[in-house]
Design a protein. Sequence first.
Length: 262
Amino acid sequence: MIRKPPPPPLPSSVCVDVPDGLGAVEVTGDADGSLLLLAGDPALLEAGDGCGSLGRLAARAGAGAPGIAEVRSLAAWLGAPGLVPDPVTGLVGPPDPGRLRPLLSLLAPGRYVMTAEVAPDLLRVVRPGGRRTEGRYADEELALVTTDFRPPSDHAAVRRYGDLIRAGGALPALVVLFPTVDSRAGYLLDGHHKLAAYERAGARPLFVGLAPQTPRPPRPEELDRAREVFPYGPHPHRNDPLERVFSAMGAEASFSSAGRRP
């Protein structure tokens, strides 16, 4: 009898409280479907398309949507945070939350779980479009949904990060916001130049993961706003992937809202 190999060990984590977060960056939903809000407005959507294993959809709001650069304020420490992966497991101890305070202050108030790890070999970089279905993500894959509108333009920064990666030792870190602790698809808040350097070097990126300890379902009014700003098209139909996603998330939001009523 052939036995399956044991699952890889989970990365160690640390919980960090953000009691006074500005709410400039917030993720709602869960591993089945989530919505990234920037400055309170829907900006990115990542979700199953509602047809089982057919695919997942990653969509970007229209041209008027906020960009991550408008709300980002990150420490230069992320370029070389001194996090060294274990050579056998690839696991990394979580960083000092105090070093990430400039980023944490942008999040919605609450408690977050922070981890650090090297991405698996099966890494999918998702660059959101309109209503395009991206294909099914394998269970072993980590999907990084990019938040910048253009490919990295600072070629010198990419080369600089590439030098650090090839030198080994402490590596530059990406920052990824997940909707839940166990989600394998998250939003790349910081590190697009670093990611490009890792891709050029053929190396697996190191990332710091953040996830709300208690996920928040999207509110009906947030989904209503999302329907307005995403490239929905003049005549959405039942078989449109984006329509399926909104219908499923809307049903979940209505159920959660009803459950909160006295």
